[in-house]
Design a protein around this ligand. Structure first.
Ligand SMILES: [Zn+2]
Length: 579
C-alpha cells in the first residue's frame, strides 16, 4: 500500500489538464475544459475537466475521477500502475511500496526485455536482415521501429523469463508463448517481429510476419489484460502528437502499411490490426481529431472493411476521405512508386460518399432493372444514414454521384432513391394503373398483393390481364391470350415507365390514387343527384357527400401525389386524360 501522504504529494505535483491533454484534445470554456468523452460515444462534448477541483466528469455517461483514475481508465491498468506511471513523471519513486510486483510492471518489463532480445536476434540473422532490406527498409528504419526476429527454435521468452525471475505460469498469461507441460513455445518462431506499444510507449504485444510464404503471413500476440486488438491502434504512441497537431489521422490495415506511411513522413498514420475500425478505436481517435483518411487495401476485403469503418465513424461526426491505392496497399505503392506515389494517392483521396457509390455500384448489374433497384435501395440506406449523422449536403453529393453511375439525372435518381412516386406532373402519359401494371410485371414479390386488390378499381383491360394471368399462371402465356391492343399497352408501359427504388410504396400510393379517383366519381354522381333532389333527399345526400369528401381527404393525406407542392393539380391532369 502506498501511504496516503505520498499519493497526495504525487497529486499535488500533477495538473489534470496536462495529464488528460496527453490523451485527448481539450477545449477551454471559461473555468473548465471540455472534450468529446473518451469513455462513450458522442458527437457533442459533455466531458468536462475542472482545473480548480482537479477532477473530470462526463455528463453523458457519468464517468468521473481524478488524474490517476483517468490514466487508469484510459490505459486499462490498476490504480497502483497508474499511480506509478504518474509518480515517475513527477520524479517520485514509489517502487518500494510495490507489493509483490504489479502485474502490469511484470508484463511490460518482460515484453520490453523480450523486444530487446528479438532485436539482437534480428541483427544476427541474415535471413531476417535480407527479408526487411528486400522490402526496402534501411538499417536506420529497422532500428527506428525496433524490428526484431524470433529464430526458428527460439527459446528467447524462456530465457528472458528466467532472467527476470518470472515463472512459466506468469509468461503464459502474456500472450506470446504457448505452454504444454514444461514445454514453452515462442509463437513468433521464424518470424520478424514488430513491437506493439500502448500510448505510454510500453510494449504490450508483438506482431509477427513469416519470412517465407507460409500461412498465416501475420500473427499477433493473443489478447491479454493489457492488449486487445479491438482497442489498440498500431503506432499511435508515435502518431498521437502529430495527429493532434495536423488534426487528421490516416488509418491503414496493417503493420507494413503503417510503416510505409511513416517512412514516407506521414507520421499521423496508425493501423488497425486485422479488423475493421471498432467503436473503441473511433472513440479514441475522436479525442485527437475529427478528420480521418481511410487508406485500407484496395482489394474487396479492404473495401468491405472500409465500408464497415465508415459506418462506425459516421455516427461519431467524423469527416472522412478514402484513399484508392494504385497498388494493393500502402506498402506495395511505396515499393512501386516511392514516396511520391504515396503522397499522390493521399492527395487524391476522395470524399467518402464517392467511395460508397463506387463500391455499391460494383455489386449490382446496373444495366438491369432489378440491379438498378437494389442499387437505389442501398444508396437510399446510405443517404438516410448520412443525413442522420452527417449532413444533407453530403447525402445530396452521394445521390448525385449515384446518378452519374446509373445514367439517370440527379433529380430522377433522388426520386428513385427516396422511393417517391414518379412525377406524373411531368410524365402525364402514365396514370396510377399504368404504374401498378408496371410493378405487376417487374416485381414478382408484389404480384399476389396486386391480385388481391379490389378489381373494381381497375379498368376493363387491366382486369383482363389479371384474370388471364390467374388462369395461365404465367405472364407470357397470359399476354398471348389478351388482345393486341392490350399487349401494346403493356409494351408501352414497360418500355417507358422508369423503375422506382421503393416499388412497395409506389404501389400503395398508386392504389390510393385509384381509390380517390373512384370516390371522386361517386362525388360527381352525388352532386348530380343533389341538383334533382327534394329537400329531405338532399339532406341525406349532403351527409353522404360529406362522408365521401372526408374519405378522400384521409386518402390524400397519406399519399404523395407526385408533384410535391400540389398533388391535386397532378391528379386532375390525370383525370382529364381519362376524360
Ligand atoms: Zn462519457
Amino acid at each position: 500500500m502506498v501511504p496516503k501522504e505520498i499519493i497526495e504529494e504525487i497529486k499535488s505535483h500533477l495538473d489534470i489538464v496536462e495529464v488528460v491533454s496527453e490523451y485527448i484534445n481539450l477545449e477551454r470554456v471559461g473555468r473548465y475544459y471540455r472534450a468529446l468523452c473518451p469513455f462513450h460515444t458522442e458527437t457533442r462534448p459533455s466531458f468536462y475537466v475542472s482545473p480548480d477541483l482537479q477532477r473530470y466528469k462526463c455528463f453523458g455517461c457519468g464517468a468521473s475521477g481524478d488524474a490517476i483514475k483517468f490514466v487508469q481508465e484510459m490505459e486499462n491498468i490498476s490504480f497502483y500502475e497508474a499511480l506509478e506511471k504518474l509518480a515517475r513523471r513527477v520524479g517520485i519513486d514509489i517502487s518500494r511500496y510495490r507489493s509483490e510486483g504489479s502485474e502490469y510492471l511484470k508484463y511490460t518489463s518482460f515484453l520490453k526485455e523480450l523486444s530487446r532480445e528479438y532485436e539482437k536476434a534480428f541483427w544476427e540473422s541474415d535471413d531476417a536482415k535480407n527479408y526487411m532490406r528486400d522490402r526496402g527498409f534501411s538499417n536506420e528504419e529497422i532500428e527506428e521501429f525496433e524490428i526484431g526476429y524470433s529464430p526458428v527454435g527460439s527459446d528467447i521468452p524462456k530465457i528472458v523469463a528466467d532472467r527476470l525471475g518470472l515463472s512459466v505460469d506468469d509468461i503464459s498469461r502474456f500472450g506470446v508463448v504457448s505452454v504444454s507441460g514444461e514445454n514453452v513455445k515462442d509463437i513468433f518462431e521464424g518470424r520478424v517481429v514488430f513491437p506493439i506499444k500502448n500510448e505510454s510507449g510500453d510494449v504490450i504485444a508483438f506482431g509477427g510476419r513469416v519470412i517465407g510464404d507460409e500461412e498465416p503471413k501475420y500473427i499477433n500476440s493473443r489478447d491479454t489484460k493489457y492488449f486487445s486488438k479491438s482497442r489498440v491502434l498500431f503506432l499511435l504512441d508515435r502518431a498521437k502528437k502529430v495527429i493532434k497537431s495536423v488534426d487528421v489521422a490516416i488509418i491503414v490495415e496493417g503493420y507494413m502499411d503503417a510503416f510505409a506511411l511513416h517512412r514516407s513522413e506521414l507520421r499521423n498514420s496508425v493501423a488497425v490490426l486485422g479488423t475493421a475500425l471498432t467503436s473503441q478505436h473511433a472513440s479514441r481517435l475522436s479525442g485527437l481529431t475529427r478528420n480521418v483518411v481511410l487508406a485500407f487495401d484496395s482489394d474487396d476485403a479492404g473495401a468491405k472493411a472500409a465500408l464497415r469503418s465508415l459506418s462506425t465513424l459516421l455516427p461519431r461526426g467524423f469527416d472522412i476521405l478514402v484513399v484508392r491505392w494504385p497498388q494493393k496497399d500502402a506498402d506495395d505503392t511505396l515499393k512501386s512508386f516511392g514516396k511520391e506515389g504515396i503522397e499522390e494517392a493521399i492527395r487524391n483521396a476522395v470524399p467518402y460518399e464517392e467511395f460508397v457509390v463506387e463500391n455499391i455500384a460494383k455489386s449490382f448489374d446496373l444495366s438491369k432493372a432489378s440491379g438498378l433497384e437494389k442499387f437505389a435501395r442501398s444508396i437510399g440506406e446510405w443517404a438516410s444514414r448520412i443525413e442522420r449523422f452527417g449532413s444533407t449536403v453530403r447525402a445530396r453529393a452521394l445521390i448525385e454521384k449515384a446518378a452519374e453511375f446509373s445514367g439517370l439525372s440527379p433529380k430522377d435518381m433522388e426520386r428513385f432513391v427516396r422511393g417517391e412516386p414518379l412525377d406524373y406532373g411531368e410524365t402525364k402519359k402514365f396514370g396510377p394503373e399504368d404504374v401498378i401494371l408496371f410493378i405487376f410485371f417487374n416485381n414478382e414479390d408484389l404480384r399476389s398483393e396486386i391480385l388481391s386488390i379490389d378489381r373494381d378499381l381497375f379498368s376493363e383491360r387491366f382486369r383482363e390481364i389479371l384474370d388471364s394471368y390467374e388462369q395461365e399462371g404465367d405472364l407470357n402465356r397470359a399476354l398471348e391470350k389478351v388482345s393486341n391492343e392490350i399487349g401494346d399497352w403493356v409494351f408501352e408501359v414497360l418500355k417507358d415507365l422508369p423503375h422506382s427504388g421503393n416499388p412497395k410504396k409506389v404501389l400503395s400510393d398508386a392504389v390510393k390514387r385509384l381509390e380517390v379517383a373512384k370516390l371522386k366519381k361517386r362525388l360527381s354522381e352525388i352532386d348530380r343527384m343533389i341538383s334533382d333532389a327534394d329537400e329531405s333527399e338532399r339532406r341525406i345526400l349532403l351527409k353522404a357527400r360529406m362522408d365521401v369528401v372526408r374519405k378522400i381527404k384521409t386518402l390524400e393525406r397519406g399519399v404523395n401525389f407526385g408533384g410535391r407542392e400540389n398533388g391535386r393539380k397532378c391528379y386532375r391532369s390525370e383525370n382529364r386524360k381519362k376524360g
